[in-house]
Design a protein around this ligand. Structure first.
Ligand SMILES: [Cu+2]
Length: 162
């Protein structure tokens, strides 16, 4: 695992902590799709918002040899995905969703299967408009589906009845 030079990065390594106020970029509802034995690639998803204009320029994880920031989109009725050559734009104050069928972090050449209910460390590198880079480590839960609260309206306390 990559050595982190700034201690504050380590302090925020537990995802969605109260230390988040000290940093520009907030990550919520991270998850990575579980894999089966022999599967070599999967996607990680999350909601990202930045107080200032920034970019997600790189990602890495000890469990994958190659990690890329991908976009999935329709091209003549065919779903295609490709790495974003300049990273993912995070406009100030805007919420950017990485979700199945859209932006995602692609974990490739997996070194082990990812089983449900474990977590995977993911180091995200952000770059501000001056070119300064900061890293944030997120402990991403492995799941077979998006976490509750992923979609916008789900945060309301709606009474649930059958
Ligand atoms: Cu992809």
């Amino acid at each position: 695992m990559k050595h982190l030079t700034h201690s504050f990065v380590i302090a925020t390594s537990i995802f969605v902590t109260s230390f988040a106020a000290a940093q520009t970029v907030t990550i919520s509802n991270p998850w990575v799709r579980a894999t089966v034995q022999g599967q070599k690639a999967t996607g990680a998803f999350m909601t990202v918002s930045s107080k200032e204009n920034a970019k997600l320029v790189a990602a890495s994880s000890p469990i994958a040899s190659v990690v890329e920031i991908h976009e999935m989109k329709m091209d003549k009725d065919v779903m295609k995905m490709a790495a974003l050559p300049n990273g993912l734009d995070l406009p100030a104050g805007k919420t950017v969703e990485l979700k199945p069928g859209g932006f995602h972090i692609m974990l490739m050449d997996l070194k082990m299967p990812l089983s449900k209910d474990t977590t995977v460390p993911l180091t995200l590198t952000f770059q501000d408009t001056s070119g300064k880079k900061t890293q944030q480590v997120v402990q991403v839960p492995v799941s077979t589906q998006p976490p509750a609260g992923q979609s916008m309206g789900a945060q309301h306390n709606t009474p649930h009845s059958h």
